[in-house]
Design a protein around this ligand. Sequence first.
Ligand SMILES: Nc1ncnc2c1ncn2[C@@H]1O[C@H](COP(=O)(O)OP(=O)(O)OP(=O)(O)O)[C@@H](O)[C@H]1O
Ligand SMILES: [Mg+2]
Length: 387
Amino acid sequence: MSRASLDEARTHTFAEAIAEAHILVTTGAGGVGKTTTAAAIGLAAARAGRRTLVLTIDPARRLAQSMGLEGLGDEPALVELGDDLPEGGELWAMMLDMQTTFDRLIDRHAGSAEEARSIKANRIYRTLSSTLSGTQEYMAMERLHELHEAGEWDLLVIDTPPTRSALDFLDAPNRMTSFLEGRLLKLLLKPGMVAGRGIGKVVGAGATAFMRVAGRVTGMDLLQDLATFFRDFEGMYDGFKQRAQEVLELLRDPGSRFVVVTSPEPPPLREAKFFLERLEQEGLHAAGVVVNRIRPEVPQDPSEAALQRAVDELERADDPEGPASAAVLRLLNDVRNLAGRQRRDVTAALYSTNVDTLVEVPLLGGDIHDLDGLGVIATTLMTGRNG
Ligand SMILES: Nc1ncnc2c1ncn2[C@@H]1O[C@H](COP(=O)(O)OP(=O)(O)OP(=O)(O)O)[C@@H](O)[C@H]1O
Ligand SMILES: [Mg+2]
């Protein structure tokens, strides 16, 4: 994309996506404002008359409080926004409960209620479901799929977890299925090699004697758990794989769009660029880029030279307020330079990407922890201006 079209992207807003998309996923590097943006999009959509649900992941405590999310479980709750919403406009919010989501997945795919119970009680499962890398991302997608199937909302806004890299999110279903597909698992799943038919066969006869001894002291229960786990998972593999496929298809639908959030610093910007490229490769749709916490632009007048002159004059003048005024002017100049540099960095990073909406959200004073703060961001996303 040429410079002119990135400038053009700066003239577009998220109003259309917020009015029309069925799923919006906020993604980006750690700490850039994904959760805040997801909540603000939800608010904007409710104000636009849509029944909206925001699925947040680990929201900051005060944001959760202000949305009435604290202490809530896995179910959507209505956010109190007062009476001035248009007909049909509602904001619902919930937090992702990974364990509950994973448990439901087991219930769905297990061969029987007994098998589901056995897996859920298994220590290997309990550990795996909370520590396997990518599980949180996968469960967010899984929950999205469930909510989509429920069909109760006009728009679902999905926050993504604070991952090391934004790309982890897209890789999660593959990672999950390739784990389940893994060689170790296949080996253990071979008929005749599962628990109940002799764990000795799994580890080889040589180890059996050792384990018989070790098992008496410790560890045998764990090995038993491991073997049972793999046995119980055997029948679920296809279900998982198919579900992962369905989730990806849902995300490929033109009604599903990704909102790429970044701060104006080069490392998150680089990630935003990679992510946009990846979306294109995967046939997924970008709604656009939010450059969050950018310094507001300072009016170009007075010129740098005029500013310097003013500073010099103030410092020379026989005025007790002079030095303070000069310091303020210097600060203004610094802010202006920083604001200019941030915009150049954004352009340099995203210059060649195919992005048609770019909205700058200013760094607001203090954290965004109440509905007023979210309201300012919601307005900016809709109009491109924060006033
Ligand atoms: N435009 C803004 N102005 C001022 N503060 C902001 C702005 N956007 C976000 N913040 C603050 O920055 C912090 C991080 O935001 P947020 O939790 O949304 O980021 P995140 O990308 O979801 O982080 P994580 O990767 O940890 O999930 C929060 O304290 C939030 O209130
Ligand atoms: Mg977050």
